[in-house]
Design a binder for this molecule. Structure first.
Ligand SMILES: Nc1ncnc2c1ncn2[C@@H]1O[C@H](COP(=O)(O)OP(=O)(O)OP(=O)(O)O)[C@@H](O)[C@H]1O
Length: 682
């Protein structure tokens, strides 16, 4: 099932490129010269070192005293050391320890860091803070001193020392992977999996971990190289295996004594160590170049921070008065009353939102970007972003309270979601068949074959004629319109009674938009579904909605039936929105320049204490600046405007000329009669 968009831009770029990359991840990295060299060299070193006892020409302690410090020859391909021992045999015998102990270090580091990152990303801010503080303690410890202390306590057991090193660097691994896990968890298909009722463990295993694979691989390859160097460094300092057991570090230390007289002695071991470290780094680079999401995730976090975090902690603003009339609808399946949503620092994003939804009808939530439509919609399913929560009010679904844990039981089964970005709402890792049959089996308790039959039926229901081919496809093989149809089919897997559609046609081109809208209309007509449609397109709302709630700066400023709100808008903001609507009715002149509403929506935390629209309103007076609670009597019916009565008596209309609309020369304008505005203007 698809879900609400949180970060469309991030989602778009990640999904547009990831499916193909991820499925062909390793081969793509290996096709790069650096990646191919790195993988081949590491594999060669591993195999050659582990099998050295089978093929080495000499035992590691076998001495050829007549040929001490010999240069390469037929008898000794890489020469001999000061005791006449064969360097080739010793280098490859010594290779097993650094390679295997570095691998052990990685297993320990990722074995601790990865689960901690997944837990911290999933459990929320408090758990994340506790884990992060603990890992900071680990990071603050002096690594080398600690390792020397461990060696002092347990002796030169390099496998144990490297495992301890793994524990210490698990903190750094955690820090990197936490950011990636948090970013992945914000993707739509992860929300979709949660809506589909997957347990946290399965969400992590099926959706989050695969998306982190590239970052894990890149980090692993880099840390492997570092592990080799630390291992050799410890052996260089004398903390490696005791002579005559060979170790790279000791061989380099031994060679350093002969640097001037016999410089060749340094070359083979130094070169093998250097090339092995370079190989690990080359492999890491190739993996990163094939499309590491880490970079995007960092960018995403910054983008999210910019979008979400207010510049300063604001003073609390007066709450908008509740829309008291809407929730009294006795037929309603969903009654939202005085809903408030706030960030943890107290900044309110949505206040006093109330509306009711009748069965088999479509309610449109409209308003400019940033007015709180998505936050309102996400509240219904408890899918608010981290750090944002419902701070007041109630959401009653068929008489049951959804706030608290109530939303979990209805997610997917009774209330489902479709999103703005269909390509992002589908997990690029899985075929359409898998993504449809999994929730069908879970929700309907049927077997695999039956689930596939139902999936094909759902695809047919959403207008897909070649269901079998689409079932076999992966998301990146679908067009936007097809992907949105699949998302709608996904939403229907749990046989929901309410569909929340967050701008379901915004990402589609105009002809496909019309198809999707008519599909939604048909679903309402044929199945009795109710829909909450989030949109800023008044044409779409007029086309499909029975009721409309207009939102501005976190509050519903006007609500009512679609014809009454759209044909006879009563709130100046609704009038202004309609005035700025780029849809031109047939027979009316085409504007040269589109009308706009002056100014911008005040961000959360900077809402005026009185009417939030007052600074942009043509009809604003001093009274509009007064806090609403003191003037509750002016909140009449569904219109949150203190001048509502006055304006409606004067038949006031929004003057689009005043805000920049121009029509073609000679064309008739539809400007309101001066006397209509006169009675209502300042
Ligand atoms: N994670 C978050 N943390 C803090 N503030 C947020 C967060 N997500 C959204 N906001 C803020 O909440 C307000 C309402 O956002 P919301 O996404 O609900 O608006 P919207 O009307 O749906 O806009 P759009 O049409 O662009 O989706 C905006 O000011 C937005 O910046």
């Amino acid at each position: 099932m698809s879900v609400l968009p949180l970060d469309a831009a991030d989602s778009v770029d990640s999904v547009a490129t990831e499916p193909v990359r991820r499925r062909r991840g390793l081969p793509a990295a290996l096709r790069r010269p650096g990646g191919a060299f790195g993988a081949a060299w590491l594999l060669f070193m591993l195999v050659a070192s582990l099998t050295a006892s089978l093929w080495r020409p000499y035992a590691v302690d076998e001495q050829d005293l007549a040929n001490r410090l010999a240069l390469p020859s037929g008898a000794h391909w890489l020469g001999t050391d000061p005791l006449g021992r064969d360097i080739l045999s010793r280098i490859f015998t010594a290779g097993a320890l650094p390679l295997l102990s570095s691998a052990l270090m990685l297993v320990v580091a990722f074995g601790i860091g990865l689960p901690l990152a997944l837990i911290a990303a999933e459990r929320g801010r408090t758990t994340e803070r506790v884990i992060s503080r603990l890992t900071e303690v680990l990071l603050a410890l002096p690594l080398i001193i600690l390792l020397l202390a461990v060696i002092g306590a347990i002796g030169n057991r390099l496998y144990v020392v490297m495992a301890v090193l793994g524990v210490l660097i698990s903190a750094a691994v955690y820090r990197v992977l936490l950011g990636v896990a948090q970013s992945v968890r914000q993707r739509l298909y992860v929300d979709a999996a949660r809506v589909n009722g997957l347990s946290s463990l399965r969400v992590n295993l099926l959706h989050v971990l695969p998306s982190m694979a590239t970052v894990v691989a890149v980090q692993g390859a880099q840390l492997f190289g570092i592990g080799l160097l630390i291992n050799a460094g410890l052996a260089f300092l004398g903390f490696g295996p005791a002579e005559p057991e060979p170790s790279w570090g000791f061989m380099i230390q031994d060679a350093s004594k002969y640097l001037f007289d016999d410089p060749w002695l340094m070359v083979p071991t130094g070169l093998v160590l250097a090339v092995t470290v370079v190989a690990a780094n080359e492999l890491a680079d190739a993996l990163a170049a094939q499309g590491a999401p880490a970079g995007r995730s960092g960018k995403t976090r910054r983008r999210r921070a910019q979008a979400g975090a207010p510049a300063s902690i604001p003073a609390p603003t007066a709450p908008a008065p509740p829309n008291e009339s809407a929730p009294n609808d006795s037929d309603a399946v969903l009654v939202v009353c005085n809903l408030s949503v706030a960030v943890d620092d107290g900044t309110e994003l949505v206040t006093g939102v109330s509306f009711a939804l009748r069965p088999g009808t479509v309610l449109g939530l409209v308003g400019e970007s940033g007015c709180g439509k998505t936050m309102t919609a996400r509240s219904l399913l408890g899918l608010l972003p981290e750090g944002v929560s419902v701070s007041g009010g109630s959401i009653r679904w068929q008489g049951r309270e959804l706030l608290g844990r109530g939303s979990r039981s209805v997610r997917g089964r009774e209330i489902a979601l479709i999103s703005q970005e269909p390509m992002v709402a589908l997990d690029p890792m899985f075929s359409v068949s898998y993504q449809l049959t999994q929730p069908i089996r879970r929700f309907r308790g049927v077997g695999r074959a039956e689930a596939r039959r139902i999936a094909a039926g759902l695809l047919a229901q959403v207008g897909i004629v070649d269901a079998e081919r689409v079932l076999r496809s992966y998301p990146h093989q679908l067009s936007g319109g097809m992907a949105q149809r699949v998302c709608i089919a996904l939403a229907l897997t749990g046989e929901p009674k309410l569909l929340i559609a967050d701008e379901p046609t915004t990402a589609l081109d105009v002809t496909v938009q019309a198809e999707i809208l008519s599909l939604l209309r048909a679903l309402v007509r044929d199945t009795g579904l109710s829909i909450i449609l989030v949109s800023h397109d008044l044409g779409v709302v007029a086309d499909i909605c029975d009721d409309v709630a207009v939102m501005y700066a976190g509050a519903v400023v006007e609500s009512g039936s679609a014809p009454s709100v759209l044909d006879a808008p009563a709130h100046p903001y609704t009038m202004a929105l309609l005035g700025a609507n780029p849809h031109v009715p047939e027979g009316e002149p085409v504007p040269l320049r589109l009308a706009s509403i002056p100014g911008t929506v005040p961000p959360p935390g900077e809402w005026p204490t009185g009417c939030r629209f007052a600074t942009r309103c043509q009809f604003a007076q001093d009274a509009c600046a007064e806090p609403f609670p003191a003037r509750a009597a002016h909140h009449t019916g569904h219109v949150l405007c203190v001048r509502f009565d006055e304006l409606s008596r004067a038949h006031a209309t929004w003057d689009t000329e005043a805000v920049g609309a121009e029509t073609a020369p000679g064309a008739e304008t539809l400007a309101p009669a001066p006397d209509q505005i006169a009675g209502a203007s300042r």
